[in-house]
Design a protein around this ligand. Sequence first.
Ligand code: GLU
Length: 293
Amino acid sequence: MTLRVTRFAPSPTGELHLGHVAHAICVWRIAAEHNAKIVVRMEDHDRTRCKSEYEHSILDDLDWLGFVPDAVSRASLNSHPSAYRQSDNTERYAAAFEKLKQVTDVYGCSCTRAMMPTSGPDGERRYPGTCRGMPIDREGRFVVRARMPGDETEVEDLLLGSLHQQPQHDQGDVAIRDVFGQWTYQFCVVVDDMHDGVNLIVRGEDLKPSTGRQWLLAKLLGRTAPFVTAHHPLLYAADGKKLSKRDRSETVRAMRERGMSREAVIAAAGVGVPGAGRQGSAAPRMSPGDPPG
Ligand code: GLU
């Protein structure tokens, strides 16, 4: 049987909040159902938004809540450099970029978002390929893009069934490096999922449009082993407000300071997570071998 590997991969752009906790409940539950190892990874590729103090508090809150990931990745994040922190692995992305250049066109793109029409089933912007053929060392501010194949993709989603997507048609060529010279989320996540052997991707439905292009990018980089996904519904608090990182939802830190127990925090986040009510007030210690609920 193939070993399942999943990941909990926050971007340390703020404190851990209820949206993260709700997501973690899904990751740990699905991992337990599939006997998967959970790697913890810090997705701090965007140095303009990420802070190491957020990384520390996210890890501390996860520990306090009892979400136990794979010990190697967790211990590794106590030191610098770590194989599980994106900002420590720029050579990994540079090496992958060299590989990508061998198999597809990469080019510098100076187009603004306003120049990209919205398209696709999820209303995303489609890059029409205007700058194809331009060099990657252009003057001024530019993004580096990679030409994506026109293939339709099919990825098995454990919660939604087969996902059929047309990344080139819906989104166009993918950005690999941003205007600040930083490797993008799309690129880093594909490289890291390959590096970490991730074959079960659990995340919110808002990231579903990224799945097809990540699979195409992975194939360009030589990935042959498929991955499955589990895109869970976006999570809502009792008052119907969406709990996402873009919201100012209450942080775990603030709840801890108010004296809430970890069981109460997990119960608050569990509202809206299918089946989470089963956790009740006696939240178990959630390790991969210890299924929550
Ligand atoms: N770092 C991303 C986030 O915090 C996770 C991306 C993913 O699961 O692919 O939203």
